[in-house]
Design a protein around this ligand. Structure first.
Ligand SMILES: O=C(O)C1=C[C@@H](OP(=O)(O)O)[C@@H](O)[C@H](O)C1
Ligand SMILES: C=C(OP(=O)(O)O)C(=O)O
Length: 431
């Protein structure tokens, strides 16, 4: 599907979808349990991949037609040999979490994904699993999927780089709790995307699993049982997804935009609220009501690190392109290991729209200001975040912006274009 966006103003209220990161973890933790209920789950292409993985390991996930909650019957810490290959589709989170889970299986699991996922790094996780006595191989011996993984994962200590993906830590903590010995992770390099491990610790705690930070990494004790503390787990709203709606309001919402369903949690991408404020947007967060109000104002450029907030890079770059002065996004390298190299993809698309953008290995610098963005036909690159950020840029551009492959929003925010149109953006879809 292609989507064409006309220059538009936006106003009104939109609901943030449920958090993708919390939903993945809640589904998997439900799988590790005997049973669990997950309320307000995100149902998207990526979280469906995690449902498939849990079912492949012997669990069952059913959606309650009335409440939308997921009723999970889990494999209770002992996953069984999948009947078939696990297709993780486009989801890095699913692949990393399912790979470590496969280490607990008494037999072999084969994991694969789409072309993008088969190009993403898995080597550090494979080496850590190998160190913890599991079998973990890349069929092409290039540290990428397809992967073959087999148990038994005994547990113990494993070194891990921190600057490739925090999902390796998350994966080992989830599986480590079900090993005999537990798992100690010592980080060899500084941890990037650190708040995602905070999300993991938060979710594990809700399922009765004790895991903690250590002096040089993380540790989880073995022989723990996943048991949901409360009757059901409720997924909070997603701040990465909310960032597009908020950016739309900050750029094109003269009469104000309200985003609902945004309560405090461990999401690092809550930083978008302060970052928009620092850029000069008029933004207020009622944490108790879970509501964010933003009104467009003149924005000015900022310098900020995306070490903790990689998924905000495309949003911040688009905001920078419409702001006065320079926006410098630092600590970007790990943002190159996503569905696409998002540093290059963002730089390329904004340059095509006429912005002045410079890219180095670790930084993206956008000179905003004088000239408005020009509408253009832009490749979505099979990357949901690139599509959503560029759709927001299209609101402020001079002329039409067409995004190809815009259907990829299905990965994290299936109703994104409905939400944008609901705020008054003029857009048309074509096959
Ligand atoms: O654990 C998670 O839910 C995620 C962790 C981050 O990835 P990295 O840890 O690979 O940077 C983030 O970019 C991704 O969208 C979701
Ligand atoms: C990188 C992302 O997710 P994942 O790593 O799960 O593919 C994302 O949602 O931006």
């Amino acid at each position: 599907m292609d989507v064409t966006i006309e220059p538009s103003t936006v106003a009104g209220t939109a609901q943030a979808p449920p958090s993708k990161s919390y939903t993945h973890r809640a589904i998997l933790a439900g799988g590790y349990s005997d049973s669990a209920t997950v309320e307000n789950p995100l149902l998207s292409a990526d979280t469906r991949a995690t449902i498939r993985a849990v079912e492949a390991f012997g669990g069952d996930v059913t959606r309650d037609a009335e409440t939308g909650a997921l009723e999970i019957t889990g494999f209770d810490g002992a996953p069984s040999v999948p009947d078939d290959v696990i297709d993780c589709a486009n989801s890095g989170t699913t692949m990393r979490l399912a790979t470590a889970t496969a280490g607990l299986v008494d037999g072999l699991t084969v994991l694969t994904g789409d072309g993008s996922l088969r190009g993403r790094p898995q080597g550090p996780l494979l080496r850590a699993l190998d160190q913890l006595a599991a079998r973990a191989e890349s069929t092409r011996e290039n540290g990428q999927a397809p992967l073959v993984v087999g148990g038994p994962l005994m547990g113990g200590s494993a070194p891990l780089p921190g600057d490739v993906s925090s999902q390796f830590v998350t994966a080992l903590l989830f599986a480590g709790a079900a090993t005999d010995a537990g798992v100690n992770i010592s980080l060899q390099t500084e941890l990037k995307s650190a708040p995602y491990v905070d999300i993991t610790l938060d979710l594990l705690d809700a399922f009765g699993i004790s895991a903690r930070r250590t002096r040089d990494g993380f540790s989880v004790g073995g022989r723990q049982r996943y048991r949901l503390r409360d009757g059901a787990y409720t997924v909070p709203g997603d701040f990465s997804s909310a960032s597009y709606l908020l950016a739309a309001g900050a750029i094109a919402g003269e009469d104000g935009v309200t985003v609902t369903g945004v309560y405090p949690s461990q999401q690092g991408d809550e930083a978008i609220v302060d970052l928009l404020g620092a850029m000069g947007a008029d933004i207020e967060w009622d944490r108790e009501a879970g509501e964010l109000d933003v009104t467009a104002d003149r924005l000015s450029g900022i310098e900020t690190s995306v070490a903790d907030t990689p998924d905000l890079l495309p949003t911040l770059a688009v905001l920078g392109a419409t702001a006065e002065g320079t926006t410098r996004l630092t600590d970007c390298e790990h943002v190159r290991y996503k569905e696409t190299d998002r540093v290059a993809a963002t730089a390329d698309a904004l340059s095509t729209m006429g912005a002045s953008v410079e890219e180095t290995e670790d930084e993206l610098v956008i000179e905003g200001g004088d000239s408005t963005l020009e509408g253009a036909t832009l490749a979505g690159r099979g990357d949901h975040r690139i599509v959503m950020a560029l759709a927001v840029a299209g609101l402020a551009a001079d002329g039409e912006t067409t995004l190809t492959g815009a259907n990829h929003v299905d990965v994290s925010f299936p109703d994104f274009f409905e939400a944008l149109a609901g705020l008054g953006a003029t857009l048309t879809r074509s096959e």
